[in-house]
Design a protein around this ligand. Sequence first.
Ligand code: BDR
Ligand code: CA
Length: 308
Amino acid sequence: MARTRVVIDTDPGVDDAVAILLALARDELDVLALTTVAGNVAIDKTTLNARRLVDLSGRRDVLVARGAARPLAGVAGDASEVHGADGLGDQVWDEPRTPETDETAVELLGRLADEGPLTVIAIGPLTNLATALARDPLFDTRVERLVVMGGASFQGNVTPAAEFNIWSDPEAAVRVFAGRWPITVLPLDLTHQAVLRDDDLAFLRGLGTRVGERCAQMLEPYAAYHERWYANRDIIMHDAAAVYAVLDPSAITTQGVTVAVETGGEHSRGATWFDRRRAHENSTTRVGVSLDPERFRAVLRESLARYA
Ligand code: BDR
Ligand code: CA
């Protein structure tokens, strides 16, 4: 079986954590590295969390490289209200054994793209990818596939107009969406179909494993946050949907689009506009439209159950 070489560019983040554990559970993916970025919490915390998650997975071969501490313009966002002050629901962790690499995130992304076909799964603000492009204008041509969790058509989450990852660094998003790489972008309209429910938390606890218990612990406060904002207990697995899209591209229906990102505006900074008109139906930029929620939950359950 040919394994897909993957880097996950991430700001863990509770849903990032589940996405990473999903990816590391699956033999189809050769996860080479986690590259970190400031987003849900500050860069020191997202990098520490990435190291914790590699430890939790039991893997020794996954690199963790530190990325951007702030967006291209302005100051870093913060979603600790959603993810906890530490970014992972404020649980107790041992000091991780997984080290940080000497290479920066951007250096590592460049090297890994040179060494073979590479899929990048971007589940945080797009600062590292925009910086990699600025450093090497051919970087986009050396990435085989880019999957981005970001954007929203119907409604944002950090503001009514904007989704968090794009809002956190809209200038970077403009550059990334202007790149020549084939992009699959998964906006909130798609990721709100990728949900867990309370019985999934019970399932995870019932596994009796460290991974199952940790996931349930992290997801409980995350679920409580969603209940306050959305008045239901849907536990939205934004970032795991991006890994799911790589595991089985046929599991998500997509549409050819162009993407525009708002960098100005009084109320609309960070908003995304997907031009879904027919002229773009063959575009190599695809927006995720729908997935089967039951199939998604089943894949997530079965994958997380693989940890001993
Ligand atoms: C995205 O924002 C972050 O809070 C999540 O980790 C996810 O990547 C959802 O808007
Ligand atoms: Ca994220």
